[in-house]
Design a protein. Sequence first.
Length: 298
Amino acid sequence: MSTGLPLLLPPDLRARLRALRLRPRLASGMSGIGQHASRSRGAGLEFAQYRAYEPGDELRQVDWKLYARSDRFFVRESERESPITVWLLLDTTASAGQTDRVDPGRSRLDHMRLLAACVVELALQQGDRFGLLAIDGEGLQLVPAGHGARQRDRVYLQLQALRARGGWPAAERLRPLWERVRPGDLLLCIGDGFDETGVVLLEQLARARRDVVLLQVLTADERDFPFDAGHRFRDPETGEEVRGDGAAIRSDYLQRFAEARTALQSRLQAGGIASATSWLDQPLDQPLQALFGRGITA
């Protein structure tokens, strides 16, 4: 069983993340992924106006094209955005332990940990509060929301301690989630998205004005079904087993898988829940680029 990968993000990935912004929809009244509510001007992120250069300003703020036209130094003054509270909700039930044949040492949960680390990096770079909620067969594990490097370390430590186990717990075990995640908070859910009880929870949270986003993490095996001989397929949460010839059932499986994904997307869209898919064999930031890249809404 995988014991987790180090939460070290490579420099090229960190560089790509710097171009992204976690942008809640509900705070701005937009139907897509919106911006923070603006409160003051400064060296923020959304352009507001130019002003004359002053000693102490950073050179990276100087608009060199404007300088070439005017022979004077101006800096781009932007609007600072108010901080938000970002919650990571991880589905670490037994299905999170699934691996791909091409990389059996790296599980869905390992990928989820690293994806969560990317979101923590985004929240940290924009000064937002962030916390962690993890659901497994035992109930709910919680790291209360906070900010800064020490909070990042607390979240990382809990992420490393997570194990894939059990099935979805009873609703009363999840009551602290409702107490912590407030209306208007940004809730990023990371998991396979195929647990009916879990989907119902996301729909309930969205109806209660939590800003819900699903990062669906799927394996390449689930997408491609590369099995070509007799296999025993086992549900890790129920223990139910099915025997079959991979080549014979591939077509039926792929059709059912596509239908299940289409049905899920329809439910999410109807519930006002933004989503993107993260495949285990594709770059970690790919779904984040789709959701939070410049000018893109869900």
